[in-house]
Design a protein around this ligand. Structure first.
Ligand code: FES
Ligand code: FES
Length: 157
């Protein structure tokens, strides 16, 4: 049975078994390789993307569970890399090797939607992605920078 998926605003029909992890549909069938594979066990967050705005670890998320929902990958987060989280990431040079960073950014975008002014403790509890380059300090700073920039914009609009 083909799967009917909406990815980055595009309606697509994909010939894959329903239990195929969404990560493989995104990477192998659709060629969107910004979403990464690492642990394959919902532990590291490298494969994080959004389903109806929620961050999901796509290596363990059956593609059929995303039918009828809106899937967003790092490629669809913004047209030109100007999502406020991406802007903060660039300003603070967050990535080192970069491998974990698309999953990190997708996690942070969903996290900030639910918690627009987080404390360090909130960040530690809510952003649990692994980074082998240990960019955690800069990730935290960039989250605070995004939160304060968004608050300033909100106050001036
Ligand atoms: S690859 Fe999915 S959580 Fe690690
Ligand atoms: S930047 Fe290298 S794994 Fe996170």
């Amino acid at each position: 049975m083909p799967l009917n998926l909406t990815v980055n605003g595009q309606k697509l029909v994909v010939d894959a078994a329903p239990e195929t992890p969404l990560l493989w549909v995104i990477r192998e069938h659709l060629g969107l390789t910004g979403t990464k594979f690492s642990c394959g066990m919902a532990q590291c967050g490298a494969c994080t993307l959004h389903v109806d705005g929620d961050a999901v670890r796509s290596c363990v998320f059956p593609a059929s569970a995303a039918e009828g929902k809106s899937i967003t990958t790092i490629e669809g987060l913004s047209r030109d890399g100007t999502h406020p989280v991406q802007v903060a990431w660039k300003e603070l040079d967050v990535p080192q090797c970069g491998y974990c960073q698309s999953g990190m950014i997708m996690t942070v975008v969903a996290f900030l939607k639910k918690n627009p002014n987080p404390s360090d403790k909130d960040i530690d509890e809510g952003v649990t992605n692994a980074c082998r380059c240990a960019t955690y300090h800069r990730v935290r700073k960039a989250i605070h920078l995004t939160a304060s920039s968004s608050a300033r914009k909100g106050a001036s609009s």
